[in-house]
Design a protein around this ligand. Sequence first.
Ligand code: PEP
Ligand code: MG
Length: 582
Amino acid sequence: MLELQGIAVSPGVAIGKALVFDREGYSLAQCLIAPELAEREWERLGKAIERAHKNLESSREKTTANWGARLGDIFSAQQQLLRDPRILSEMEHLIRDKRYSADYAVSEVFAKYAAAFRRASSSFLAERAGDVHDVERLLLEALSGKPTATIRQLPHEAIVVSHDLTPGETAGFDATKVLGICTEAGGPGGHTAIVARGMEIPAVVGVGNFLHNIRSGDEVIIDGHLGRIIVSPDDATKERYLQRRRARQSIAEQLREIRDLPAVTSDGIRIELMANVEFPHETQACLDRGADGVGLYRTEFLYLGHDSEPTEEEHYQAYLRVVRDMQGRPVVIRTLDLGADKMGMVRPAEPENNPFLGLRSIRLSLRNPALFRIQVRAILRAACAGDCRIMFPMVTTLDELRSARFLLRSVSEDLAAEGVHVPCAVQVGMMVEVPAAVLMLDRFIDEIDFVSIGTNDLTQYTLAVDRSNDAVADLYQACDPAVLRLIQRTHQIVSERGKSTSVCGEMSNNPAHALLLVGMGIRTLSLAPAAIPIIKKAIRSVTIGQCEAMAWRALRLSTAREVEAFLMNQLAGLVPEIVLQA
Ligand code: PEP
Ligand code: MG
């Protein structure tokens, strides 16, 4: 039995067989051919290269048309790799002289180049390893005529174990087959963690190097509360976790009883509990958990895990479904927040040294107005069907907000000219995720209808801690006094203008943090649907005075550790056992 400690990012207990994904690439078993077949094999490879080249050409044209030449150039670079004379001559040598099959030669040569890129000291070259893998996959697919097995296609129910996972890969999982997720890398605020939580898959990230200690088929337990991984558990440990899993199921059943009751403090203050969703089908989970609406729809997941860019109609159908399913409840649609750890097939032309500080979010949308317009058109069309609001992410300067609003107005005029009746009262909001936006909020506030605080990014940008880096995960603290002061200032400015502030970062999922936010005056929280019942239970157990007293004292503490310890202590005295256990 081996026990490992990582970062708990998605609660729950999973018990099952591991499926280990080796990120070195798609290495194939050795396959040799008869000498007389070498010529035919070399020709087969030549034809596959032509097919892969055409495939890349069409990706390049499509991406250039939608996103501009900078992004289209990613595929030109891959085309060059495909025709690189050194790579070609190495593959020819393996086929003609060593009698490798074409597939095996491709796998060997590309694996070697990917490893060399990964070892490079320049981060630019290291990131190109991903391109090498992409080209290898394309070539193998062209050779075999069928898609290569990828991390998306699990043969059976399993606990996915991997060095790292992108949010796109996680979003592409068949949730019925993935029992749990465990990765060597990854931090507490990364989008992979958020997606796992949205899909209600227990997950632990940032475990450190351990793939050499585990093989596919080994039994694994994932404890998504305490961040523990147990490989090959003994009988007593397995029984303990089975019991824990049963206890959690019983808590979920007890909480179902309050589903249709409002989130209201025991002295009558109503708190709106909205849901964060990544996929349209999550509206069912929102309704099952009694959400008051959708407070954050992360639309970029339409792009992640898909091989082509969505059309306006696809955007529209996704938004329309969410708006209709929520039956008149408000739905806040956030425009694309692509970039950084959410690359999908859309990414800057060259790998960035600091992608979280790079071409991300509203910046990427504004640089690609054609694509931005498509999305805004779809949102405004969906707004005809219900209470649909639009929100811009990661706004840092007033110029960005004004450019986004300008585009919104012009799209609205186009639609009106086409005879589409867009409601003129579509509310427009911005996310507060960057300290600059808090400092300048008195200038922003008159140009927007509402504000939603994204504490995941606000924490990252205030404390200068990469949210998805396990090496600095201990510094990533939403309850750091600096972050709390920014939240307080935001709420103060917004409420002085009679507008509303919500908090849609992961902080709202935590009962102690949620009560602190309520005590600071926040009346709308947006959180993972699965966390709504427990937060509602916590809110219904306290008075507003208790929350305010807690916030008053917490805001006078000096370190994140003091705040956390104080909140945990307070929580134990305020809420019933069921909240502490969940
Ligand atoms: C946030 O930053 O808190 C947020 C809600 O947005 P995301 O997690 O998608 O960056
Ligand atoms: Mg954010």
